[in-house]
Ligand binder design. Structure first.
Ligand code: PBG
Length: 326
């Protein structure tokens, strides 16, 4: 009878062995919790397509930030819903805009929680596009100045990291220059570098009221069929001064994450987006999957593929599960 010399099952025989040789470990420190801020007071309204996530007014956001920090999660990513929208997304860079108020409130409450801000215009523009629209087209260069203003206003309010998600060409350089001019040379840029034109953003657009009112985002976000192009995008953002680069969405793009990490090494973020979250929640609610186990498997896989940090709506839940595992 033939016995193999090497038996992979030897090191799988119990959890103690498995722990000893485990290659990828998900940590609390890897996670960032995205949150949605709205005007008003006492608002904590659950989102229909994203159960467990809420629209939070600034006062409720401060409470939420405290809870996130108490769980040991290092940071939050803020998205805002403005009081009014216009063609140039004015509230995105207003001193008393929703995000600027939110940053101050969080920083006053929990100063060591990292506040990352999404820098984009789509939640603030009446047409719902991420850039300035002229004659039915999303214009690149006129958008850069508005994005730079937005990033500077976030920094002025106390943001720790700014994260441009618009996919305009040259925006990292424009934002870096504007931040440096205003003496914010210490503020890092986390660039949504390889951001795909994905249907997985559906629940987010409903939550943020940011669906484009005409056309789609395919003239600026990437074609899901392209991999090499992601490397070019990441390379450009790094040259322009990005400190952290991001791949988004995560799950259907693990190959991209892997390639980006192998090619560039530096810190890579992955965005486990709203549609990925919605699918997990829906199947969990129907009893079709073991939601907790699938969640941990997903996050571990994203990390194994190369992510140093993961933006996920499940951060709080994952943090609790990680705590219980100890
Ligand atoms: C804004 C932005 C979007 C997301 C993050 N920032 C939506 C979009 O590009 O339409 C998506 C996040 C998610 O789906 O969880 N540009």
């Amino acid at each position: 009878m033939y016995y193999p010399v090497f038996r992979p099952r030897r090191l799988r025989q119990n959890e103690t062995f498995r722990r000893l040789v485990r290659e990828t470990r998900l940590h609390l420190e890897d996670l960032i919790q995205p949150l949605f801020v709205v005007h008003g007071r006492g608002v904590r309204q659950e989102l229909a397509a994203m159960p467990g996530c809420c629209h939070l007014s600034v006062d409720e956001l401060a409470k939420e930030a405290k809870e996130v920090a108490a769980l040991g999660i290092p940071g939050i990513l803020l998205f805002g819903l403005p009081a009014a929208k216009d063609a140039v997304g004015s509230e995105a860079y207003a001193d008393d805009g929703i995000i600027q108020q939110a940053i101050r409130a969080v920083k006053d409450t929990v100063s060591d929680l990292l506040v990352v801000t999404d820098v984009c215009l789509c939640e603030y523009t009446s047409h719902g596009h991420c850039g300035v629209v002229e004659r039915g087209q999303v214009k690149n260069d006129p958008t850069l100045e508005l994005l730079a203003r937005t990033a500077v206003s976030h920094a002025e309010a106390g943001a720790d990291i700014v994260a441009p998600s618009d996919m305009m060409d040259g925006r990292v350089a424009a934002i870096r220059e504007a931040l440096d001019e205003e003496r914010f040379e210490e503020i890092p840029i986390m660039a949504y570098s390889a951001k795909y034109a994905s249907a997985f953003y559906g629940p987010f657009r409903e939550a943020a009221g940011s669906a484009p009112q005409f056309g789609d985002r395919r003239s600026y976000q990437m074609d899901p069929a392209n991999g090499d192009e992601a490397l070019r995008e990441v390379g450009l953002d790094l040259e322009e001064g990005a400190d952290i680069v991001m791949v988004k969405p995560a799950l259907a793009y693990l190959d991209i994450l892997w390639r980006v990490k192998q090619e560039f090494r530096g810190p890579v973020a992955a965005y486990n987006v709203s549609g990925e979250y919605a699918m997990l929640k829906a199947a969990g609610r129907l009893g079709w999957i073991d939601e907790e186990r699938v969640l941990m498997e997903i996050l571990t896989a994203i990390k194994r593929a190369g992510a140093d940090l993961i933006l996920t709506y499940s951060a709080k839940e994952a943090a609790r599960l990680l705590e219980n595992r100890r």
